[in-house]
Design a binder for this molecule. Structure first.
Ligand SMILES: NC(=O)c1ccc[n+]([C@@H]2O[C@H](COP(=O)([O-])OP(=O)(O)OC[C@H]3O[C@@H](n4cnc5c(N)ncnc54)[C@H](OP(=O)(O)O)[C@@H]3O)[C@@H](O)[C@H]2O)c1
Length: 311
């Protein structure tokens, strides 16, 4: 079976096509014939070997990729919500040769739902991982309708979904953007757009002098964004930042692995995509054999919408 993975950790050039055995299908599992797998920032860390210590699998190849979409090839005992032939999407927790960048992929049934109606595999693959992360970030902050949420990295995959889900939850959203991204971020639904940058907290305070109730830090600016939030407010971080312990801020690291088998949440995202609440954004597709080039493109920055590998 074809996969794009690494046998030695390194930069994008370490990625190449590897041959991997088909995965075994057990009860409560779904086999996908993967047609599309997204390229996320976290994949670049896996390729570099940053996660090697915590992966119980120590033997190469290592296959990155945290979401995938394709046709259901077969289902294990007890699986009823999808069936062979359905176009489906799923979130992947990579380990060893088990990652999204492979044509044959077996996932827990809780990690797989039907793709949104009318959406192809490439677009569907962009939703599971970042959609679930955005949902988890919002759920952890637990803001009430009418409260104010700031979003940094709002033009990005995570940030964009946070903006859209937050608006659907009835929050007021202030989001950052470069000049070039301002229209995009407004179209995503932000009520107020401020210029991105190291002074983003001060710019948010200009609009909300008492500070915002919550902030989702998709740009990973960590300590720089804390001053935007009122005393006792909430901050969702995405790369483990835990705050400085000041002003009673609730700094909440978001780990999507926690909700990787939350089928109800994934299915709600599917529904919200069908309802037009969520916009599935694809920047560009690459054949899986060009995974290295996709990673180089991501590393250059400025990608809007997801890069997707196709099989
Ligand atoms: N913990 C989890 O479970 C989890 C799950 C999903 C994602 N994440 C993490 O969340 C982060 C965002 O992911 P993503 O997929 O949304 O990435 P993305 O699509 O690249 O979006 C990030 C956005 O932030 C902007 N940005 C980067 N550095 C900035 C800075 N210093 N100031 C202002 N804006 C800046 C980027 O702009 P440019 O492109 O112009 O640089 C881009 O618009 C990544 O670090 C990812 O690993 C974590």
């Amino acid at each position: 079976m074809r996969a794009a993975g690494v046998t030695e950790f390194g930069g994008p050039e370490a990625l190449h096509i590897v041959d991997v055995p088909a995965e075994t299908l057990g009860p409560g599992q779904v086999r996908l014939q993967v047609a599309a797998a997204t390229v996320n920032p976290t994949d670049t860390y896996l390729v570099l070997g940053v996660y090697a210590d915590r992966d119980p699998v120590k033997e190469p190849p290592f296959v990155p990729g945290m979401d995938a979409a394709g046709v259901v090839a077969e289902v294990g005992d007890g699986v009823e919500h999808v069936q062979a032939g359905d176009l489906a999407m799923g979130i992947v927790v990579p380990s060893g040769a088990h990652g999204g960048y492979r044509e044959d992929l077996v996932l827990p049934a809780g990690s797989v739902v039907r793709a949104p109606a009318g959406v192809d595999a490439v677009a569907a693959s962009t939703l599971p991982m970042n959609g679930l992360t955005a949902r988890l970030a919002l759920d952890q902050m637990a803001l009430e309708p009418g409260q104010v949420l700031a979003v940094t990295g709002a033009a990005g995959a995570f940030g964009g979904y946070v903006v859209q889900l937050a608006k659907a939850d009835g929050l007021t959203v202030v989001a950052d953007a470069s000049t070039a991204d301002e229209q995009l971020v407004r179209e995503l639904g932000a009520d107020v757009v401020v210029r991105r940058g190291d002074d983003v907290a001060a710019r948010i305070r200009q609009h909300f002098p008492d500070g915002v109730d919550g902030l989702a830090d998709g740009s990973v600016q960590d300590a720089l964004v804390l001053p935007a939030v009122r005393d006792g407010g909430a901050v969702a971080t995405v790369r483990g930042y835990r705050g400085d312990g000041q002003r009673g801020l609730r700094v909440l690291p978001t780990r999507v692995r926690r909700v990787a088998e939350d089928r109800a949440a994934l299915d709600r995202l599917r529904q919200q995509a069908e309802d037009g609440v969520l916009t599935l954004r694809v920047a560009r597709t690459f054949p899986a054999a060009e995974a290295a080039e996709a990673h180089r493109t991501l590393a250059r920055g400025g990608v809007r919408g997801r890069l997707v590998l196709t099989f």
